[in-house]
Design a protein around this ligand. Structure first.
Ligand SMILES: CC(C)(COP(=O)(O)OP(=O)(O)OC[C@H]1O[C@@H](n2cnc3c(N)ncnc32)[C@H](O)[C@@H]1OP(=O)(O)O)[C@@H](O)C(=O)NCCC(=O)NCCS
Length: 171
């Protein structure tokens, strides 16, 4: 995945990722495989209550144009819907690809500040030229107090109160 992403980063098409940032976000990723080899990847990163970012979508040059990018992106958007995420964003140099998926271009200023937290580490912090895009995923109602999207998506998850036990009680 690093090899694919960073090959495009070398061409200034994507932002480079370090091994550390990839491992930290590894659970965000889905991959496309052919004959056991990874030919594409993409990530869904939750940034705030009902908003997630589709990021790091990349397909090996030899596999481009075969629908792999669409499959990856649609899988990520399906995951977002499962989590009752209502808005997904992307920052990209290829708006045409995201428009095909239903995204529209938005002004950076329209997005909540939280989505820019990762920008602090970006070499283009002061001169961002990526295009911001957004897709509305559903008309889900606002969550009730204490009921975030994850707890509504996973209603059977025990949400406490959690018993507190002194370590010495466990022999
Ligand atoms: C952008 C990228 C992920 C697309 O992957 P892909 O597998 O080639 O795309 P697909 O074959 O699934 O194309 C899906 C649709 O998007 C369109 N599309 C793909 N790349 C496009 C581009 N650069 N500009 C405009 N439209 C594009 C295709 O024509 C296709 O439209 P259709 O469904 O009407 O036929 C791939 O080109 C890539 O890895 N690019 C370099 C990294 C990058 O820029 N990633 C973007 C996220 S930051």
């Amino acid at each position: 995945m690093l090899e694919i992403i960073n090959s495009y980063a070398g061409e200034q098409i994507m932002l480079a990722r370090s091994p550390l940032s990839l491992y930290e976000g590894i659970r965000d990723f889905v991959v496309a495989e052919r004959d056991g080899a990874i030919v594409g990847c993409g990530a869904l990163h939750i940034v705030w209550g009902e908003m997630a970012e589709v990021r790091s979508i990349a397909v090996r040059p030899s596999e481009k144009g075969n629908g792999t990018g669409r499959i990856l992106a649609e899988r990520l958007l399906d995951d977002a819907r499962q989590l009752l995420i209502t808005r997904a964003i992307a920052f990209t140099y290829v708006p045409g690809f995201f428009e095909k998926l239903g995204f529209r271009v938005v002004e950076h200023a329209e997005l909540p500040h939280k989505v820019f937290s990762d920008c602090l580490n970006c070499p283009k912090f002061n001169c961002c030229d990526e295009i911001a895009m957004l897709i509305e995923l559903s008309d889900s109602p606002e969550p009730l107090p204490g009921q975030g999207p994850l707890s509504r998506a996973l209603p059977n998850v025990y949400q406490g109160p959690f018993p507190v036990r002194k370590p010495t009680e466990e022999a």
